[in-house]
Design a protein around this ligand. Structure first.
Ligand code: FAD
Length: 453
């Protein structure tokens, strides 16, 4: 353990400090991925932008590595023998219901902010998981249940407050530090610590959605993707072609078999909901049909905070999923020796695709289908075997679209960065990085400085 830090001194500066000897330490250093076991020198829970500036100063003074955490859903937000800047106490929300905007602090989770805005009949889309931090998901893009109707999370960011590597607290938007404002919408945590975002909110009264389970055959998978593509933009879907868990509402004969477990979210006129959903029910006799009118918040059932899965996952985009591609998926999923193998398919398009590729640092606007290939496994020693499975699977189904979504990339290298960002985007991001973080203080992320050319 480092000798560069004086914990008693740090406790005099900050109110919420967790050190290795504290009872709260093990819980506080834990992030969602189950294979990450790092021991930081200190975790500092900040409460305002001045605190953030002081933690940045401490990192520079000690030379210790700095990790920034909002929701802790990635491996990047904890660092061995370094400083964790934890924003999770920063949860202030200021809603302007008339203007339909909100200032939201970066320590909020997606469901915390969504629940608050829904009280005003308003929402901004995040992902498919309530416990994801709005900090991480927003900085990478944000692809969720409103993606076809309203676009990405970043398409709703009007302004932000950010503390940069020099300790300055900047208010940024289209008119102020426009280059930095462009970069934080897709460029991740490379440029500073965002303490709050201003989001444009959308009207959200009621949704119609939930889970639909279907048998998985080449025909049903291809049909699902085709229906999702031709459905109105008011419907966004996530189809998980996966090993069925032993869910009580699913007949036992399907437990452990590959099924389609789909999440559908319709947010158009409720009178049309059944009509829009029906083609999915027609694909095959549903194994479980839990679609119903609901509050949009119901799309995010409570997460288990103690769930820390061992998972290997890979992100990619596909141009099409026809029956032959679907057959390849089924073959590979059936060949996994993990506890649960998944191919998650998100048909994109709609509002997300109407934003020009260079308007934000998220450039994969024309990608048709996002796919996550994942396996949940039990024995860490078997990780290489599952990585090999995922690599081979990905190689087999790769099509013309080589882009990857930065928030779903786990390992970062030149190849991954080039997949995450087209050359022009990456070049521009590196210029902004050179201006605002020339020493790469913020490197615990999908780091764009790794291979500076
Ligand atoms: C179960 C699960 C489901 C997911 N579903 C979706 C989905 O549907 N759609 C989607 O788009 N993504 C999804 N993701 C990916 C998710 O968006 C990323 O993992 C995201 O980075 C998590 O953000 P976080 O704040 O929770 O994580 P953290 O680990 O806290 O942060 C992630 C990264 O962002 C940086 N960061 C976080 N907050 C700040 C800040 N305020 N300022 C500067 N840097 C910051 C961190 O340093 C780190 O590099 C999912 C992830 C998981 C684990």
């Amino acid at each position: 353990m480092t000798t560069k830090l004086s914990i008693p001194k740090i406790r005099k500066t900050f109110k919420h400090v967790i050190a290795p000897d504290d009872a709260a330490y093990d819980k506080a250093r834990t992030v969602l991925p189950g294979d990450i076991d790092r021991r930081p020198a200190v975790i500092i829970k900040v409460t305002n932008a001045d605190d953030v500036a002081q933690v940045i100063a401490l990192a520079k003074e000690t030379g210790l590595p700095l990790a920034v955490r909002s929701g802790g859903h990635s491996a990047h937000s904890v660092v061995e023998d370094g400083i964790v800047l934890d924003l999770s106490l920063m949860k202030n929300i200021e809603i302007d219901a008339k203007e339909k905007t909100v200032w939201a602090e970066a320590g909020l989770t997606a469901i915390e902010l969504t629940s608050a805005t829904l009280e005003h009949g308003l929402a901004v889309g995040f992902g498919d998981t309530g416990s994801v931090g709005i900090g991480g998901i927003t900085l990478g893009g944000g692809v969720g249940y409103l993606v076809r109707k309203h676009g990405l999370t970043i398409d709703h960011v009007l302004a932000a407050e950010i503390v940069t590597a020099d300790g300055n607290i900047l208010q940024i938007d289209q008119a102020n530090h426009a280059d930095l404002f462009w970069a934080i919408r897709g460029g991740g945590g490379n440029f500073g610590v965002v303490t709050k975002f201003k989001f444009q909110l959308q009207d959200m009264t009621q949704a119609y959605g939930g889970m639909l389970c279907l048998p998985a055959t080449p025909e049903t998978i291809a049909s699902f993707v085709s229906e999702a593509d031709s459905a109105p933009e008011t419907l966004s879907t996530i189809a998980n072609v996966m090993t069925a868990p032993p869910m009580p509402f699913l007949a036992e004969e399907y437990h452990g078999k590959i099924i389609i477990l789909a999440m559908l979210c319709y947010t158009g006129d409720l009178a049309d909901a059944e009509k829009v959903i029906q083609p999915f029910r027609n694909i095959a006799a549903p194994l479980a049909d839990m679609l119903h009118p609901m509050s949009y918040a119901e799309m995010f059932p409570p997460d288990n905070p103690d769930y820390h899965p061992l998972a290997v996952s890979m992100n990619m985009h596909l141009d099409r999923v026809d029956e032959s591609v679907a057959q390849t998926m089924l073959t590979h999923l059936g060949g996994s020796t993990g506890m649960m193998a998944v191919t998650q398919l998100r048909v994109l398009g709609g509002a997300m695709a109407r934003v020009p590729a260079d308007a934000t640092a998220y450039a994969h606007r024309q990608s048709k289908i996002m796919a996550n290939l994942a396996v949940i496994y039990q024995d860490l020693n078997e990780k290489p075997k599952h990585e090999q499975w995922a690599n081979e699977y990905k190689k087999t189904i790769t099509q013309s679209d080589k882009g990857e979504y930065v928030n779903f990339i786990n390992t970062v290298g030149e190849k991954e960065l080039e997949a995450a960002y087209p050359a022009s985007t990456l070049g521009r991001l590196r210029q902004v990085k050179a201006q605002y973080d020339p020493t790469n203080l913020f490197k615990m992320n999908q780091n764009i400085s790794l291979y500076l050319k």
